[in-house]
Write a protein that binds this ligand. Structure first.
Ligand SMILES: [Zn+2]
Length: 428
């Protein structure tokens, strides 16, 4: 297809994607009450969860009420499924009525019901610029894990033609892309770069000889640097989607590139992992989702991922809040003065200072409050330390909203293999 396709405007489902805040709230509360009633009736695991928390479905009227429901962590699915096979009591339908059953690392079994648009990625692909008539190569695995099928089916809803390429086979993949004039690609950022390398190795000019215009990246985190290098190299737009094997679509980027819009057809809370309480805009916590799925009833499913949300309006016209980015896993984070600090945040801060070769964050219990110290090794020991210290401390406070003390140590002071953030506070 030619360059005249409009990849930048429109919606997959305008009514849903541009709901007013009032409509969105009503829709969510209504759908929530329905799924809670249904899940409680049909899923033994949900019934048990409610019973242990001493609540009944009528207690859950609004999204705020969800705080009363204990979070079911993704990691706990392993033991839930072992104790109550095959699906830990969360399946509301006999498993011989499913369309597919997957096995993901954990090991965790994942069901897929016979329902159209089960994984709900259609809006995401549209927002990323995929259109009817695109020939799309899906470079994710098609066996045992749901990645390939999950991302192929929405492309059919959009009217695309799919090449189920799977992983590996660089030679065949490059040939297909070239000969079939593939316009869209779905995969992991690192795999796209390998494809680019291989295409060059066999003598192709990636920009001139390939016809790629759009890409949808997932599974690995897409950094700004990686996005830019993919977009520049292939001359195409690169947008990412965030989801899990259990849930399907959770959030996705639009052309504006201002973070990932939260999918319209689920409830996403950012939750304090210690208390299960909902947090406000900009506050960092765990991504917890509730699906309106009538086969696999995931109510307050804890993804283990850390993020925060931003509800400022987006120029694209979609009214859902956005996740500016993912901030790593809950189990790698440390809470200091009520704020989650994650290695991905401190890495990002330090990457702005070429003077710093290595660093470690040490959290200790001070006289009055917790203290956070950045132990830093410098490339050049003769540098103006006071100036650098001031600049570092200012940047730390701006970026993570917690004051951090900077200490310079000689090269080699930080032990090999030391944790990026070391919590030395006594357990209380
Ligand atoms: Zn947008």
């Amino acid at each position: 297809m030619g360059k005249k396709v409009d990849r930048f405007s429109g919606y997959f489902n305008r009514a849903v994607e541009t709901m007013s805040p009032r409509e969105r709230k009503d829709y969510q509360n209504h759908s929530l009450r329905q799924i809670i009633q249904y899940a409680h009736r049909r899923s033994p695991g949900i019934r048990e969860n409610f019973r242990s928390a001493g609540i009944v479905p009528e207690d859950i009227r609004t999204v705020k009420d969800l705080e009363k429901v204990p979070v079911t962590e993704k990691a706990s699915l392993i033991s839930l499924q072992r104790e109550d096979p095959p699906f830990g009591g969360l399946l509301a339908t006999p498993h011989n009525r499913l369309r597919r059953i997957y096995l993901t690392p954990g090991p965790i079994l994942v069901p897929e019901a016979k329902k159209s648009r089960y994984w709900r990625w259609e809006t995401a692909f549209y927002a990323a610029g995929f259109r009817k008539g695109d020939i799309v190569q899906v470079t994710l695995s098609y066996h045992l894990t749901p990645g390939g099928w999950m991302l192929e089916e929405p492309l059919h809803s959009l009217g695309c033609t799919v090449i189920p390429a799977g992983v590996g086979n660089l030679d065949a993949q490059v040939r297909l892309m070239h000969e079939l004039e593939v316009t869209g690609i779905v995969g992991m950022p690192s795999f796209l770069m390998s494809l680019g390398d291989h295409a060059e190795k066999v003598g192709l000019d990636v920009k001139r000889d390939l016809s790629l215009e759009v890409s949808f990246l997932t599974i690995e985190l897409l950094t700004d640097t990686m996005r830019k290098s993919i977009e520049d190299r292939f001359g195409m737009m690169a947008r990412q989607g965030y989801g899990t094997a259990e849930v399907g679509a959770i959030a996705y980027e639009c052309v504006e590139n201002r973070g990932m819009h939260i999918a319209d057809d689920l409830i996403l809370e950012i939750v304090d992992p210690a208390t299960g309480k909902q947090l406000g805009p900009g506050e960092i916590g765990e991504v917890v989702v509730t699906l309106f799925n009538r086969a696999y009833t995931l109510i307050r499913f804890g993804t283990g991922d850390l993020s925060c949300y931003d509800d400022d309006p987006c120029p694209c016209g979609r009214t859902s809040a956005r996740l500016p980015r993912l901030l790593g896993r809950v189990d790698q984070a440390t809470k200091v003065k009520g704020v989650f600090i994650h290695p991905s945040q401190t890495d990002q801060i330090m990457s702005r200072f070429p003077e710093v070769t290595r660093y470690q964050v040490v959290v200790t219990k001070g006289e009055k409050a917790d203290e956070m110290t950045f132990t830093i090794e410098l490339r050049d020991e003769d540098i103006d330390r006071d100036r650098l210290r001031t600049h570092l401390e200012h940047t730390i406070r701006e970026a993570i909203k917690v004051r951090g003390k900077v200490e310079f140590h000689p090269q080699g002071s930080i032990p090999e293999g030391a944790k990026t953030i070391e919590d030395r506070r006594p357990w209380s």
